[in-house]
Design a protein around this ligand. Sequence first.
Ligand code: KIV
Length: 287
Amino acid sequence: MSRHSETIRRITAPEIRARKGGDPVVCLTAYTAPMAQILDQHCDVLLVGDSLGMVVHGLPNTVGVTLEMMILHGQAVMRGSERALVVVDMPFGSYEAGPEQAFAAATRILKETGAQAVKIEAGATAAPVVAFLTQRGVPVMSHVGLLPQNVNVDGGFKAKGRSPEERARIIADAKASDEAGAFAIVVEGVDESLGTEITAAVKAPTIGIGASATCDGQILVVDDLLGLFDWTPKFVRRYADLKSIISEAVQSYAEDVRARRFPAAAETYALGAKARQARVAGDDKRG
Ligand code: KIV
């Protein structure tokens, strides 16, 4: 085998970029190795989203997420997957100061996790960062529309593009990061007409989350799709109700423990004949 070949080759950022207008790009968030292992065979892209702050760590929003948290979860997702392109979110505060700061954080992510790309919430001002990174070997997925890291400026998580000015700004953001070299653009929380307009205006595939079926691909937070939360946004389709399934399983376990039905004989170690003889011999000596 040559030094440059791999038995199983991961999907690459250029391959995702080439999917513009073709087969829809299937993306989900992933935060842990076992979940990544389940999702890997079904998804083109696994995003280690900074939504992990809320989904895994119980934070109120993504602002408190650190680079170290992203790297730790990025490593776990890389260990659990072998086929999907793994993209790691750059957390709030790790890229906004400028291209050099962004490059230092992005190289840590790529080197320490092995992931092949990063994502940044890119308004027009972030386009120079997208260009700086892509020109230096860091593939960038950008993110426009509703930007969760802006929660304190926006005062909440609200759909975007309600005024003509806001629509024009979001289209400009998408075009700026497209021209700067983003290999894909997440479009979040906009109406169908805006999702369609952005998709037509950029060369990179758009990955919608609450941005309509006209986008080139779709992404959801995996815990939303699996029904691990009581509340889900309008744009989520729940494919399972894992919260109820887990709760029922744990209730049965608790009842069995309390009634001494668990563990049963089948779940209890039984020593073999040899070990029993050795123990008896030991007991005789001691006695
Ligand atoms: O952090 C995240 O999970 C995201 C996706 C929802 C696009 O940015």
